[in-house]
Design a protein around this ligand. Structure first.
Ligand code: S3P
Length: 443
């Protein structure tokens, strides 16, 4: 356990570059491995989670090399061209790496064994295994559909039509990636729109992906067995990582922070909409596209936030941002109610409980009722002064370091080591803006 402490800081000011988008980084590596030719990736997130995806595609026979300047080169083997690995694929802490790779493997006639760390071995995999079995893969897992599991992919995968029971971009993506090597058209129907990085990137590599609105969500169809042509990818900064300095700057008096080149995928910007509804001064400039993804420069200033009610319909577009939204709510004026957070229970930790327990340790009143979370805003800096259990969850860790940064008294997290899964250099970036984060786990 490597504890980290955030001391209350004065204003946060300056410009910072949060690391590359985690969702886009995983997809760039996986789809690059399935293309023909060499894919170059700049701005790739070199956090633990993406390093697991890189290690997996290498074990499956694709080469991945890094230039001194940080550009990655992936030598694709073509759709269906991955080889059986010699050893177990260990996906570490990463649900996205595990689920997306299962989709890829489901349509390769090879046998693989997959595992992960304590947290990943407790997370549900049946939500991807079910539809992938319908496509012809054989998947045997531990009781309850958990890792470790064995997957024997189909040599002649079946194109299917599948209606997602939960709005999950990971499950949608796994099926679309399997559909790449199934003759015919594979269709996924999502009940609500979720991040569409897979659809955008597949198109960027030359695949035919059709999207039409259906019900409250989308019907997405990929045509199988296209030739994916290697492409250049510039990974934007991760809005889910930018969320931490952004929220800290909103709450620390006298702050002004700029963040260039942040990804603005419509399925990812629910936090910006919610913070703006609360009164946040966040502006976008220089809106543009990079490798099929919308990108903008963000500017944020200290703002007075009011508590609001956040509807369940917003959850898919800000699913990873509830821990940091809870910190904003703790400092806001009035009560914030966040509805429909059931999926938070099956993230890197049970985030719903972890948020409520962390807020209580910091002197903030919060209550879980069913799938809803209510936070009583302190109308200014929350008391702080507590020690927070992170359960090896990077977003819980960073959220409570932001709380300590804007609180009346310092906040300690029990372990900062998970931060590297998505945000290497978090403490240095925050301290560069004026934060005071230190401790053995703050490297
Ligand atoms: C992700 C989708 C989301 C999100 C995760 C990344 C992705 O998970 O929480 O951090 O890259 O597709 P779900 O699909 O389980 O909602």
């Amino acid at each position: 356990m490597l504890p980290v402490t955030a001391h209350p800081a004065p204003a946060l000011r300056g410009e910072c570059r949060p690391p590359g988008d985690k969702s886009i980084s995983h997809r760039a590596v996986l789809i690059g491995a399935l293309a023909v030719g060499e894919t170059t990736i700049s701005g790739l997130l070199e956090g633990e989670d993406v390093l697991r995806t890189l290690a997996a595609i290498r074990a499956l026979g694709a080469a991945a090399d890094r230039d001194k300047d940080g550009t990655w080169h992936i030598a694709g083997v073509g759709i269906g061209g991955l080889a059986e690995p010699d050893d177990v694929l260990d996906m570490g802490n990463s649900g996205t790496a595990a689920r997306l790779l299962l989709g890829v493997l489901a349509a390769h006639p090879i046998v693989c064994f997959m595992t992960g760390d304590d947290s990943l071995r407790s997370r549900p995999m049946e939500r991807v295994a079910g539809p992938l079995r319908r496509m012809g893969a054989r998947i045997e897992s531990r009781r309850g559909g958990r890792l470790p599991l064995m997957i024997a992919g189909a040599g002649d995968a079946l194109a299917i039509e599948y209606e997602l029971p939960v709005a999950s971009a990971q499950v949608k993506s796994a099926i679309l990636l399997a559909g790449l090597n199934a003759p015919g058209r594979t269709t996924v129907i999502e009940p609500r729109p979720t991040r569409d990085h897979t659809e955008r990137m597949l198109r960027h590599f030359g695949a035919d992906v059709q999207v039409a609105p259906e019900g409250g969500g989308n019907r997405i169809t990929v045509t199988g067995q296209p030739e994916l042509t290697a492409a250049a990818i510039a990974v934007p900064a991760d809005i889910s990582s930018a969320a931490f300095p952004l929220t800290a700057a909103l709450l620390a008096p006298g702050s002004a922070v700029a963040m260039p080149g942040v990804g603005m995928n419509p399925g990812r910007i629910g936090l910006l909409d919610t913070l703006r509804d609360m009164g946040a001064d966040v502006t976008l400039a220089n809106e543009r596209e990079a490798a099929g993804e919308p990108v903008a420069d963000l500017r944020v200033r200290t703002s007075r936030l009011e508590g609001i009610e956040v509807p369940a319909s917003r959850a898919p577009s800000m699913i990873d941002e509830y821990p940091i939204l809870a910190v904003a709510a703790a400092a806001a004026h009035g009560r914030t109610v966040m509805r429909g957070l059931g999926e938070l229970r099956v993230k890197e930790s049970d985030r719903l409980s972890a948020i409520a327990a962390g807020l209580a340790a910091c002197g903030v009143r919060a209550e879980i009722s069913g799938d809803d979370l209510t936070v009583e805003g302190c109308g200014g800096p929350p008391p702080g002064g507590g020690t927070v259990a992170t359960h090896y969850d990077h977003r819980i860790a960073m959220s409570f370091l932001v709380l300590g940064t804007i609180a009346q008294a310092a906040v300690t997290i029990d372990d900062g080591s998970a931060i590297d899964t998505s945000f290497p250099g978090f403490a240095a970036l925050m301290n560069g803006l004026g934060a005071r984060i230190s401790g053995s786990g703050a490297a």
